[in-house]
Design a protein around this ligand. Structure first.
Ligand SMILES: Cc1ncc(COP(=O)(O)O)c(C=O)c1O
Length: 324
């Protein structure tokens, strides 16, 4: 998508027609360009949410939401494997926070029982960025609803790919107790992030979130890129169908394919060896992943041909691997 001709032409035409490069100011001052508001309205409709809030990156979206919405006296319960941007937002929050065992709903419910009577925020990802596994979003939402908690789900790796029409794993879920965070930098092929939530929550963020209030608005062309990318993905449904069939063909549950090698040096040596043979595969080490789980992280996309994937499997078979 990052090099999709329609995306490039739309952006080039916008500049030719005089679109400003920079927003020029924060949103609450002079930076609130019409295209940014139009994009937010469009993205809300696209996701089936009441409202969305655009930001310059997915990192910023997670950070601004988590550092601002939960209050002192509230409790944040977060999956042990959530992304650094969520962790950093949680750390900056005045709320108390506790980690639950990765994807363990029993452990989450144990923590909920310990914090009865306070406002709880449950924080997780729908598709985990380093392991390529999924959270059970329906059950999590059920737990949130039962406990009058808010569920915050990072859909960075599912937006544009998963769900009945590619809107993410939370597509069609009721949104009273649900907030989703999306990035434009992955399947949408651009950049930026957006938060989708109830109107009262987005309005609260607009009025209180310091990373929103005190930052220059995103480039207007980013709003145009996201709008255009969603139109393309709606029309070119073959993209996600092809991607999912590629994942299936190599026995992976998602486009994120971790090859866990254990020690850091093993992952680095494997990546070096693969790179020397022309593979663009990187090693991921702690602290990005837990100690002892250094890995190669392969990211599947629709340009990967069956022949290439067969060669890749042969190259990986030569490594000593414990691939989950
Ligand atoms: C799960 C997850 N959330 C958030 C982000 C941050 O998004 P962005 O790159 O748009 O800042 C990333 C990676 O980039 C990610 O993997």
């Amino acid at each position: 998508m990052a090099s999709h001709p329609r995306l490039r032409e739309t952006l080039a035409r916008a500049f030719d027609d005089g679109m400003a490069v920079g927003a020029g100011a924060a949103r609450l001052l002079r930076g609130n360009h019409e295209i940014i508001s139009a994009c937010e309205t469009h993205l809300a409709k696209w996701l089936g949410a009441e409202k969305t809030l655009l930001s310059s990156s997915g990192y910023q979206a997670n950070y601004l939401l988590l550092s601002s919405l939960p209050q002192r006296g509230d409790v944040i319960l977060f999956d042990a494997n959530v992304h650094a941007s969520m962790r950093d937002g949680i750390r900056a929050s005045a709320a108390q926070h506790f980690k639950f065992v990765h994807n363990d709903l029993g452990d989450l419910q144990r923590l909920i029982r310990q914090h009865r009577g306070v406002q709880i925020f449950i924080v997780t990802e729908s598709l985990f960025s380093m392991d390529g596994d999924f959270a059970d979003v329906e059950s999590l939402l059920h737990i949130a609803e039962e406990n009058n908690a808010m569920l915050i789900i990072d859909e960075a790796h599912t937006t544009g790919i998963y769900g009945p029409t590619g809107k993410g794993c939370c597509e069609n879920l009721p949104r009273d107790h649900l907030i989703t965070v999306h990035t434009g930098g992955k399947a949408l092929g651009a950049a930026g992030g957006f938060i989708a939530a109830r109107t009262d929550i987005i309005d609260y963020l607009i009025n209180t979130a310091r990373p929103f209030i005190f930052a220059t608005a995103p480039m207007p062309v980013l709003a145009l890129a996201l709008q255009t990318a969603t139109h393309i993905l709606d029309e070119e449904t073959w993209r996600r169908e092809k991607l999912l069939s590629i994942c299936h063909s190599v026995g992976q549950q998602s486009p994120i394919w971790p090859v866990i090698l254990g020690e850091d040096h093993a992952a680095v040596a494997a990546a070096d060896g693969l790179q020397a043979n022309g593979w663009d595969i990187r090693a991921i080490r702690p602290p990005t992943v837990p100690e002892g789980t250094a890995r190669l992280r392969i990211s599947l996309n629709i340009s990967h041909s069956p022949e290439l994937l067969t060669e890749l499997q042969a190259a990986l078979a030569k490594l000593t691997i414990s691939n989950p």
